[in-house]
Design a protein around this ligand. Structure first.
Ligand code: FES
Ligand code: FES
Length: 159
């Protein structure tokens, strides 16, 4: 019997013995090209998606292991207030250059602004430790995440 999981709220079925990585399934099976394939070895963070709300490298996740899981990709960002805030701040601060790293970073940032009680630059830098940006856009990326966290999470009067 096929196994079922959801991607951006839509149900997907795959064979339980399918030896396909999640990033391949997203890009080639479902046509969701926003998730990037970088190193393929859990070294760059370009392929990060949320699995039940937790950032995971989709290059090393096999679809056959995902029964019952809820996957969110960069294509889902417009659907949540936190995602829309991140998109707005990344655009406002021009946080990126070629953009290859950004879908993974945005999904990591989504989990961060939802979960982290600490929105300091040091906490954001720690959260992004597993992400490489070959364009050197990290300062603007960090600033966009900090601005998003402040807008979403900081108590009134401390902004
Ligand atoms: S492609 Fe998955 S971590 Fe680099
Ligand atoms: S913006 Fe080019 S790799 Fe990050």
């Amino acid at each position: 019997m096929d196994i079922t999981f959801t991607v951006n709220g839509r149900s997907c079925e795959v064979a339980p013995d399918e030896r396909c990585s999640l990033v391949e399934h997203l890009r080639d099976g479902l046509g969701l090209k926003g998730t990037r394939y970088g190193c393929g070895q859990e070294q760059c963070g370009a392929c990060v998606v949320l699995v039940d709300g937790v950032p995971r490298n989709s290059c090393q996740l096999e679809t056959g292991t995902l029964a019952g899981r809820n996957i969110d990709t960069v294509e889902s960002l417009e659907a949540s207030p936190e995602g829309r805030m991140l998109l707005a701040q990344f655009e406002r601060l021009q946080a990126g250059q070629c953009g290859f790293c950004l879908s993974g970073i945005l999904m990591r940032a989504l989990a961060f602004v939802r979960e982290s009680p600490d929105g300091s630059p040091a906490a954001i830098a720690r959260a992004l430790d597993a992400h490489l940006c070959r364009c050197g856009a990290h300062p603007r990326i960090l600033a966009a995440i900090e601005a998003s966290w402040q807008a979403l999470r900081a108590p009134q009067g401390s902004r």
